[in-house]
Design a protein around this ligand. Sequence first.
Ligand code: 5AD
Ligand code: SF4
Length: 456
Amino acid sequence: MSQDKTATTDAVPILTGAGAPKKLHIKTYGCQMNVYDSERMAEAMGPEGYELTDDPAQADMVLLNTCHIRERAAEKVYHELGRLRPLKEARPDLKIGVAGCVAQAEGEEIRRRMPLVDLVVGSQSYHKLPAMVKAVDAGKKPVDTEFPLEDKFDHLPERPSTTRPTAFLTVQEGCDKFCAFCVVPYTRGAEVSRPAERIMGEANKLVAKGVREITLLGQNVNAYHGPGADGDWSLARLVRELAKIDGLERIRYMTSHPNDMEDDLIAAHGDEPKLMPYLHLPVQSGSDRVLKAMNRKHTASEYIALIEKIRAGRPDLVLSGDFIVGFPGESDQDFEDTLELVRRVNYGMAYSFKYSARPGTPAAERKDLVPDDVADARLQRLQALLGEQQRACQDAMVGRECTVLVEKPGKLEGQWVGKSDYLQAVHLRGEGLAPGVMARVRIVSAVRNSLHGELI
Ligand code: 5AD
Ligand code: SF4
C-alpha cells in the first residue's frame, strides 16, 4: 500500500495496565497500515503496563515499525538503529524492537547487522509482542516472522477509547498481484480478507467512541472479499453496510489496484453519499510497454477509460496516484507517455518515486537500468507537473462551500484543522468547533498544502 511515503508518525496514547507505567516509544515508517499496526501494538502493550512516550530517551522500550517498500525506507531503519546505540549503551536494559516489513523481510539478518536489537516481530505476529517482551526479560532475543494462519486481530485487546474522530480499520492484508518491482507480496504475504462481521463490529465500536470517519485499509483493499453471513462481501457491500451506521459520516479506502475496480464499487462512488469523492488509484506508469514489464496487467488506455467511468458517476472525484520513474528499460518515450497520462487524468494529489531495486523481486534481476541522472531528471519533471495539478485542484476550491470534519486544534491560537471531503487539510476558526464536528465552510484561500475556510 502507499501514501505517506517518507514521514514518520507516533502512535496515539493508550490506556495503561496496573503497576508503575513503563514507557514505550514507537516510531512508525511508511504507509497507513503501519500507522494502524503501531496503534494496535501500543494497545497490545497497554495491559503489560506500557504507556506511550514521544521521547525515546525516556523509553523503557523503543519499537521501530518499519517499511521495506523502497531502498531508502529500509536504510532509514538501520540509520535510526545506529542512532539508538548510545541510548542502549547508557541503559543496557532498554529494549529495542524492530517490527513491520523490514522485520518480516530481513528477520534474523537485522540482529546480525544490529546486535543491539532485542526482538524482531514481523507484520503478522505483533499480537505476540507481549510474550516476546517477556522472553527478552528472560534473557532471550526472539525473532518471529511467521505467517500464522490464525487472525492476529483475534489476539489483540479491544481498541481503547479514542480521542480522534477519524480512524483506520484494516480489512484486508497482503497482495497476490506480484508487480515486478514490489516487495509487498513477500513481506505482507498472500491476500487475506477479514470477516465482514468483525469489521462491522469494530466499526460500530469506533463510532460509539466518537469516530466519524473510517478509512478502510488494505494493500489491495478493493480486492476485499471477506466472508459474511450470506456469502462473501465485496468492498462495495462492506461500504454500503458501513454507511448504514448512524453517526458514521465518512468512509474512505486505500490502496486499490485498477483491475479490482468492480462495477459495484464504481456504482457506490456514484450513489453512496458517505463514500468520499477521493480515490487513490495508482497506475505507476503511462507506458503500455512499462506497464507490461511491471506486470500491472492493464494498459494506459484501460486505466483512463476506468477513470472516465468512475467520474461519470461522480464528476467531482479527486484522484490520487503513485508513479515510478526509471523502471528498468524505461525509454524517453515511455516517460513521455507517463506525462501524457498524467495530463489526461489530472491528479489532485500524487506520490512519485524513483525506481529502486528490491532484493527478491523479478525487476531486481534486470540489467537494463536507467542511469540515475536520467531518472532524477524524469522525477523532477513529473513532480513539477503533478505539483501544478495539485495546486490547481487546491485553488479550484476557493469560493466553494464544503463540509469539513474538524480533527484537532491548529498550530495558532483559536484555530482548528480538519479535512474536506477531498482529503484536503482545511484551517478554520469559529464558535462551537471541536474534534468530530462536521462544519459547513466556505473556502476563502488556498496556501501551499492547505485551505483556509470560514464557517457558513
Ligand atoms: N521502487 C520505487 N517505488 C516503489 N513502489 C513500490 N515499490 C517500489 C520500488 N521498488 C511505490 C509504488 C507503490 C508505492 C507504495 O510505492 O508506486 O504504489
Ligand atoms: Fe505491490 Fe503491486 Fe501488490 Fe500494490 S498491487 S502491493 S504495487 S504487488
